[in-house]
Design a protein around this ligand. Sequence first.
Ligand code: NAI
Length: 677
Amino acid sequence: MANEPVVTVSIEGDVAHVVIDNPPVNATSTAVRQGLAEAVAAVKGARVAVLRCNGRSFVAGGDMSEFDAPPVEPHLPDVVQMIEDSAVPFVAVMHGNVLGGGFEIAMGCAWRIATKGTGFGLPEVNVGLIPGAGGTQRLPRLIGMDAAIDITCSGKIVKADEMLALGGIDIVAEDLDAAVTDFLADLPARPVAVRQRDVAGFADDLLETKRVALTKRAKGQQSPLENLTALQWATEPFEVGQPKERARHLELRQSAESRALRHAFFAERQVAKPQAIKGATPRDIEKVAVVGGGLMGAGIAVSALNAGLNVTLIERDDEAAKGADERVRGLLEGAVKRGKMSAETLEARMRAFRAVSDYAEAAEVDLAVEAVFEDMGVKQQVFASLAAVMDKNAILATNTSYLDPMQIFDGIANPDRCLGLHFFSPAHIMKLLEIVKTPHTSAEVLATGFALGKRMRKVSVLSGICDGFIGNRMLTAYRRAADYLLADGAMPYQVDAAMRKVGMPMGPYEVQDLTGLQIAWANRKRQAETRDPNERYVTIADEMCERGRLGQRTGKGWYSYEDSNRTPHRDPDVEALVAEYSAKQGITRRTFSDEGISGRLLAVLANEGARIVEEGIAERDSDVDIVKLHGYGFPRWRGGPMRYAEETTLKKTKEFMSLVAVESPNSWIIAEKLNAV
Ligand code: NAI
């Protein structure tokens, strides 16, 4: 198999057939580029060359594993131009996805025919790049500047019908083979090559408007703007614009942003395959029970229904069951209103759902996930009731945020079937799922958790047991460090601004106001008993809660909110409270620079993440990154806190962490990884 050609050419009459076969998605690896270059020579003499791909997709992008090394000849832009210049005109016949290099190849062809549903796009922006084989130069010439900006700067995928309407392809067919046969039988005159067409640029003011809008949306990421700039080169002659695009593409491959985004891309693929499930086969899951139909339970039920599962939701009594039923329907109706779901699908989902108050209804389910009150006694009672009616091997899962699953499952027979499935709110939308392993959980049960997560389209991360698991433990450390900054001289608005400046969508205090301060407050009370008395404990947040400042829902939190408007306003009462706290503690308040604030808080995140890995709670640094990217809004273009620490250098991270530790003695344990630097 090793030397099987990835591109083959066969001649039938006066038609040459060029077929790419490079599973899984026919990426433009060196072998494919080489094969295509040879194919252009091999089709000589034919009337037309038909370019297709085997497998599930047309060429769906470049081979990112080649991006860290210097590019190898033949380069894709040259191959595309060879196709475009070939005496034998090429027709691209496409299915699946036509992305990045694939779309660039298709634009080099004289004609483009696609099956219905085929997706087109230039997603390079998503990995911090601009296209490198003429994408930014040909697309505006093909479909106009406005549409090209829309597609290239967002990285979105446009379906064949829309691409046809934009003039980017010639034919959309239900029956691709028949369409190709008809097309070849009556071949139209060869159109002017795309690169030789003209495109009108944008007036300066319009361009500026686009730039401002993109900057706002990009939240610090540069690649959308890089793409906008490159697209404007299309108004220059192709011979000028194309080399500029190529040079910039190669430069950007080395950029911190692109490396971070590629890290995220690969980390997402790796996280789904933890060592702990190696070789294990997941069980089939068809029927699940969700116990508790409040905020989380309803969201989990919707996630399961959308994954095609049959869901029985168990509530405390009939009235609560009715409420849960309405909540689930409400969430589905929300999807219908947003145009994400049809009314028929909603009804089909509801037919696979029932909300009841009798545990006996869970007798037949393969897996039950509990999302009742965060109370040990209540949760233990729930699992005892479930275990009494379910099969002795059926899987039992808890959605607890902070309680110890070992204690929750204490006394349950066959504890190898017990695990945590920790969803994030809102559970039907948030991608992250922490799959919590107890010392007893079997590999098969864990693998089933991962398979379920995949079916629900979640990004699942394996976590061991610790207070808060991976994500909330890091959040707790982050907030603790931020509160130390308040006590020592910063104000909430300043901490928030500093964190937004490094790319966080919101600062820590704005987030608390949004989600509410009460859960963390309850947690701090719970932890009070076991907290090391020598650890620094700042009571500002507690005092806020005691005054009823619980966040947006109460109209006041770290900020005040007027007229139920969600815009935060600085509140002199909060600032007085903070200053009084420092005075009471005898602290002389000092100023912190934005870099000082973000440097400290990011170091604390990296330090806690490293400890989590060192303790074996997470398998790898990149798993920690994925938790922060998908559950806590950490900017993807920074790659996650662990990746960011490597980027800024571990030395710098250690310096900040040492500072944090000195400023608040007895409050931090420095990770071995940083100590070793
Ligand atoms: P919630 O208070 O909105 O819902 C709890 C539901 O459980 C209520 O509808 C209640 O009637 C029901 N319930 C209570 N005891 C029951 C019993 N014995 N049998 C059946 N149903 C019972 O609470 P929420 O926010 O949905 O949280 C549920 C769990 O999910 C908690 O363990 C929480 O820590 C966890 N969690 C919460 C997150 C959040 O952002 N709210 C995020 C991730 C996990």
